[in-house]
Ligand binder design. Structure first.
Ligand code: GDP
Ligand code: MG
Length: 370
């Protein structure tokens, strides 16, 4: 339930806190400045003080966000977003590095790609894939908990010399909970002790039936160390993506998810955003979580300035008025006023929620006062 502290309520009515406390007391409610009262009680107070009550709901403020469902004819294919998961030390980081390195096209570009939390690669057959550069199950679940599903395909890394381990099992259940298909990357096949077959049979126990065993889960044997099998993995992902028929509408107001954000000394707040639908452009006005802004600059995963970012493209966004959190959703809106209103409203709701911990309902307060 919504709640507000006595102090905040007085503040918003521009009344003295003492007067509000006194009024509540007269009505048998013992509430101090920092104590929260519920919305019904607050409404009573507001009316008593002769103010007009405007209860703003999420929907009222946020309806300016474009939530129109895309028509089939407006959709076009978009790259898959891939997250790598697996047990510690099975080679997630090594694999992400190997994939990135295998795809550093030009020495002219410096050969060094900037780390922005996600990157795109192009397979030999020309498919574009987006990798989330945040291996780890915590990131995956916390993003999902915040309502941002930013993974289309999970690559489950299993070391061929170690087979299925607790975090492998955990990763399987994450992928299942998110209803996301898996591809098993059997890593470290360069090792003498490697036993890929054990990985396949181990997985059966968890109802992951790989193709070699008559199921539909692709496996790729590879070595993040030598680079063997990396290309095959990329093509396997491209194939899985084709099956999923991932689509988006590039011709609408963008929305996307923050995958990381920081306060940069030189550039101010910077958020890495994965565009999920629409196209994000320089100059766009947006709200993201409790912050808002106007896109001052967009920087791609190669560290280059770009003027726009299409669906499934990760970009750094500059021009925010604050630092959002990972998992926050970015929405492009029409006017700065709308953006500011939504951000302010969300900040207020969050603040109210924080103080709601000690909230009592009118009935409880009455009972307590007796
Ligand atoms: P993470 O914890 O899953 O991110 O695993 P890392 O990528 O940090 O790898 C753990 C260790 O395994 C490191 O010492 C890597 O060098 C090593 N490693 C990763 N992939 C391979 C591989 O394909 N072959 C061999 N021999 N070692 C690997
Ligand atoms: Mg790692």
């Amino acid at each position: 339930p919504e709640a507000i502290t006595v102090g905040e309520l007085a503040n918003r009515m521009a009344e003295r806190v003492a007067d509000v406390v006194k009024f509540l007391m007269r009505n048998g409610i013992m509430a101090t400045t920092n104590q929260s009262i519920d919305a019904d009680t607050a409404q009573l107070v507001v009316e008593e003080f002769g103010h007009r009550v405007v209860r703003v709901s999420d929907a009222d403020v946020e309806q300016v966000i474009d939530t129109v469902v895309d028509k089939a004819e407006d959709l076009s294919p978009r790259p898959p977003i891939v997250t790598i998961m697996g047990h510690v030390d099975h080679g997630k980081t090594s694999l992400l590095d190997a994939i990135r390195k295998a795809n550093v096209v030009s020495a002219e570009a410096g050969g060094i790609t900037q780390h922005i939390g996600a990157y795109q690669v192009t397979t030999d057959s020309g498919a574009v894939l987006t990798f989330l550069d945040t291996p780890g199950h915590a990131a995956f679940t916390s993003m999902r908990a915040r309502g941002a599903q930013v993974t289309d395909i999970v690559v489950l890394v299993v070391a061929a010399d170690d087979a299925v381990k607790p975090q492998t099992v955990e990763a399987i259940s994450h992928a299942r909970a998110a209803n996301v298909p898996m591809i098993v990357a059997i890593n470290k096949i360069d090792k003498y002790e490697a036993n890929p077959q054990k990985v396949r049979t181990d997985l059966l126990q968890y109802e992951v039936v790989v193709e070699e065993m008559g199921g539909d889960v692709q496996t790729v044997e590879l070595s993040a160390k030598t680079g063997q099998g990396i290309d095959t993995l990329l093509e396997a992902i491209a194939l899985q993506a084709e099956i999923l028929e991932l689509q988006a509408n590039p011709n609408r107001a963008a929305h996307g998810a923050v995958i990381e954000a920081k306060l940069d000394v030189g550039r101010g707040p910077v958020a890495t955003v994965l565009v999920q639908n629409g196209t994000l452009r320089q100059g766009d006005i947006f709200v993201v979580g409790q912050t808002w802004g106007k896109v001052r600059a967009l920087v791609n995963d190669q560290g280059e300035r770009v003027t726009e970012a299409a669906p499934s493209v990760p970009v750094e966004v500059l021009g925010l008025n604050g630092t959002p959190s990972a998992g926050d959703v970015l929405n492009v809106v029409e006017t700065e006023q709308q953006a500011r209103e939504i951000a302010d409203y969300r900040a207020q709701v969050a603040k109210d929620k924080r103080t709601a911990a000690g909230t009592a309902t009118l009935e409880q307060l009455m009972a307590r006062a007796k």
